[in-house]
Design a protein around this ligand. Structure first.
Ligand code: UDP
Ligand code: MG
Length: 150
């Protein structure tokens, strides 16, 4: 059985999804963050800039619906343009989380994207999928299969 969003020619663990968040776009950090992806061996399979609505932010972050930060998070994520990317690399999901750094930038390691660009635990510059099932959902939320490079 293969569902429509499983990208069957690729190993799920080699595919991840990321967002350059509105704070990072406002700070002109898009180029620097994408450079980090490429320097660390990620291949860009798809990329686009767009602004999402509050409703779309709520759908994307539905797993966090009951968390106290859900309302401010979805306001923030819909507050300006974002850049969404599909990335490919061996062990992409875990390796992206590594170069992103901790959710709270005060706990992020030196040299990570969040250490450099995040303002606080909410305005933290970048999103990265945390597991194969969430990566699959998040990729399919923003990209159709035909939009991904071979
Ligand atoms: N977030 C927040 N307050 C918190 C925890 C998270 O505003 O106490 C925001 C932050 O933007 C984070 C997002 O909610 O990136 C999703 O939270 P998660 O725990 O999944 O962190 P991530 O996977 O992004 O590191
Ligand atoms: Mg998360």
């Amino acid at each position: 059985h293969r569902d429509l969003h499983s990208f069957p020619t690729r190993r799920s663990s080699d595919l991840t999804f990321t967002i350059v968040k509105p704070d990072a776009v406002r700070r002109n950090a898009v180029g620097d963050i994408i450079e980090q992806f490429e320097k660390n061996g990620f291949r860009i399979l798809a990329m686009k800039m767009l602004q999402i609505s509050k409703h779309q932010a709520e759908q994307f972050y539905a797993v966090h619906a009951s968390r106290p930060f859900f309302n401010t998070l979805t306001d923030f994520m819909s507050s300006g343009p974002i850049v969404v990317l599909a990335l490919e690399k061996e062990n992409a999901i875990a390796d992206l989380r590594k170069i992103m750094g901790a959710t709270d930038p005060s706990k992020a390691d030196e040299g990570t994207i969040r250490k450099k660009w995040a303002t606080n635990i909410e305005h933290n510059a970048i999103h990265g999928s945390d597991a194969e099932d969430t990566a699959r959902f998040e990729l399919s939320y923003f990209f159709a299969g035909y939009e991904l490079a071979k």
